[in-house]
Ligand binder design. Sequence first.
Ligand code: SF4
Length: 701
Amino acid sequence: ALAVPDKQVESVCPYCGVGCQLTYNVKDDKILFVEGRDGPANHGRLCVKGRYGFDYAHHPQRLTVPLIRRADAPKTGDFSMDPDRVMDIFREATWEEALEFAGGKLRAIREQYGKKSLAGFGSAKGSNEEAYLFQKLVRTGFGSNNVDHCTRLCHASSVVALLEGIGSGAVSNPVMDVTKAEVVFLIGANPTVNHPVAATWLKNAIRNGTKLILLDPRKSELARMAHRSLQFKADTDVALLNAMMNVIVTEGLVDQAFIDDRTTGYEELKKNVEGYSPEAMAPICGIDAEAIRYVARLYATSKASMILWGMGVSQHVHGTDNARCLIALALMTGQIGRPGTGLHPLRGQNNVQGASDAGLIPMMFPDYQHVTNPEVRANFEKAWHVAPGSLDDKPGLTVVEVMHAIKHGDIRGMYVMGENPAMSDPDANHAREALAALDHLVVQDIFLTETCYLADVILPASAFPEKDGSFTNTDRLVQMGRKAVNPPGDARQDLWIIQEIANKLDCDWDYKHVSEVFDEMRHTMPSIGGITWERLEREHSVTYPCVQEGDPGQSVVFVEDFPRADGKARFVPADIIPANERPDTEYPMVLITGRQLEHWHTGSMTRRATVLDALEPDPVALVHPLDLAAMGGQPGDVITIESRRGEVCLYARADESSPRGAVFVPFCYYEAAINRLTNSALDPFAKIPEFKYCAIRVKVG
Ligand code: SF4
């Protein structure tokens, strides 16, 4: 007989930044099924991950007891070991022993090597409150700003450009505004796969007359519905966007009144794009000059044009420059500050916006208040009850910089909560060697991830449906996630674990409920100052900026001014910088990494969700059929992909969306961990690695 739920719990999806609201249907402390709710971002819709990706929480491989590495177990980084042999490497411990070992050793390292010898990676999978407490622990307990999370690997460059150009790192308009746009300009993003419910709103809009301009080196499924689809060459974003701006300037399509009233720096930008005629840039970009002219005119002259972008834009050594160009495009045409216009970097993980807002980044305290500002530091010292002058006044190390610092002996101990850098970092072999070289690694997670294998102590944590907390989606909606089931065994709430570790480092915290953490957050973060826990409980979601209690929240911002000192947005010109590692005779092809519909990030959750794993069980590489034929292969063949940093073997899938000479590989498969091949070269402004371009060679077999 069909089981009937004994409880329904209203929450949000744990996967992407769209932030679909859902209902967990629960019986006997198990989730039976999930349904969509009428949330502002989804109105009842869910994609395959949201609907079927829930039973990872009940997977038998959940961590249920603290583990401590055996003294004689080497940190070999051998991830192919039999999971049944885990107990040869770790032994079970009580919470008391594990916390004393975890926190006590971190404290000892701090005392022996100094405050900057520790670092922490939090997670965009966690709640706002977890992110806030984690960064507070690093800043007050460790004593430095060495705290970061996966935003460094996805949209850090977009955020740097947005903060610099328009004074806010978040989106200007919600996804749903595509239904109000006359033109949608979508670049370097594949929302059908990565933000599926957002893609459904876009498809609805197109059916109602919105014109989609799609620009991407890969020809995604949305190309079929696009008014114009331009498959430009990977790595040529700045050339293409500057050429569009050249057209807009030379043909007099700028919004001069907007430029005069609301921006600075236009003359410098205008001068810069003079040298980027479409005719000169067309061969570089691999598309016709006329096509560039056409889309530039269409974008500039529509009543409302909206730009959305993804990691095809951000994950380059010129990611910040790419985003600067998009911002300039919107500013010079006045396509911002109204419904159906604006700038929307589609955020990846479900709480990457909120975790960044909450200060889980090395250069800023919560709400993007800079650590170098003495007034800001004094305010946080007061709010956090720490000694005046005690907060670090220098920006901390970013994700990839931490790995280099470990290799140099500067970082000796780490606390990693919910991240899996052994899989997600570029040049993952280097990252794994670095993690193995630490004197002390504390990992808090729900499964034995690839990073856990290198840990000295593993703390079993709570999965998404096992805790209360707020989460902020790509639209700046702060939403309530609610506890539906209990953690298994002796796994504990993440907030409790963070607090216990903090107290081992002399923090003396006593938060009794998640709402107390949220209340402290909102008093240090002006943009959410008007959102109370009670309101979130009542309304389920509130958009920020919401400065005063009772504010409705602003879904469209920059209507009258920009949150910069002079109230004006700033143009920042950009010139062409090539990818760090170009193809050559030895490595003649290009590797592009990303996600696929069924699996999320490093796969630790979705590959343990029954339906999702059944749909996509094996590692695949997407190769153009002509390239595959040229190397003597067929769909389904095993191929070996090799870069200067490593090699992986996986199945070839013929895919006409891939450009000739490029191979696309999802990064979720531990048995073919593609980040062993990627390049750790960084964008100089945002320190984001170049996941979207490195040189490889491929062979069948
Ligand atoms: Fe979850 Fe994103 Fe799918 Fe919505 S679109 S159900 S938030 S993965």
